[in-house]
Design a protein around this ligand. Sequence first.
Ligand code: NAG
Ligand code: NAG
Length: 339
Amino acid sequence: MGPGRLAALAWLVFTTLSSTAAIEPISTSIAVGMAAALTGLLAAYPNLLYFFQECCRDEWVSLNATGLKVDLEEKLFGQHLASRVILKAVTGFLSHENPKKPLVLSLHGWSGTGKNYVSQMIANNLYRKGMRSGFVHQFIATAHFPHAENVDVYKEQLQQWIKGNVSSCPRSLFIFDEMDKLHPGLIDGIKPYLDYYEHVDGVSYRQAIFIFLSNAGGEKINKVALDFWNDGRQREEIQLSDLEAAVSLDVFNSKQSGFWHTSIIDKNLVDFFVPFLPLEYKHVQKCVREELKVRGKAVNEDTVSVVAKEMTYFPKQERVFSDKGCKIVEKKLDYYLED
Ligand SMILES: *[C@@H]1O[C@H](CO)[C@@H](O)[C@H](O)[C@H]1NC(C)=O
Ligand SMILES: CC(=O)N[C@H]1CO[C@H](CO)[C@@H](O)[C@@H]1O
């Protein structure tokens, strides 16, 4: 049955239901009759249910590659590298029928540079319900797993969740925020799911997507960007190879990074390290314009500069990069628009 006929059926059910509801009180026999009709309908057309309720099928889970490309190009500012890598990684992975391992992306950079934003873009273009999809699972290290002494309990729980979630939908998305603050024991706990195994305890994880977000490497990335700026070079000239050192060994040699303690890195379980560059004044302006657009407000350049100028920029003397990226643009704008 095609979507058109499904929609027609759905409409029929709804109009019948609502017209019945208008006649008060609904007699029991009508209600029973309705229920029977609905049950019959669902028995005849089991797909009808999927029309209303999210399920792990193409109607609800399928990549809109154009949508992702457009979002990355038009709404993510100042990230020529991240934008390119993400698009390639995600579309490449999702076009493979039988990937050998799940997709594992590790997003690195200063706060407010777009790591969360990009994760949302992926979710929005993969699931019809976007971040509200039951197949998207977000964990924030300090919020979900705050106490180091409970690490064994967390680990068991997290493994159960991942297993349960992937069993009900292989195309599940797991986002781990503050990955650098995640206990090494927990990182070890998720490692088996990232690997090349065909099955782990009878479940295949190869269709799943894992995204790790962290500030680890942010300072090194910032330094590379600043060096380019000081040399009078365009930031768009920065190549992945210029940042390789920043997001590989150096990151993981810093003791504060949980990654360092684990073998995720040596085993090459991360498919792509994605660097996010620090944002300049002009990028913050773009964030403000975009936020105004999203809110349906006219884009007033005075507002744009006032908000962008309220951010603090580093290093102290040159004042090139916003130290919170675009993170607090929304809040600043709330404050400004209220007056
Ligand atoms: C995919 O995204 C494009 C661009 O945002 C949009 O115009 C199109 O309607 C989307 N397609 C589907 C099937 O949602
Ligand atoms: C079936 C199952 O284990 N579902 C879990 C999926 O993950 C969430 C956390 O995001 C758990 O709350 C569910 O219990």
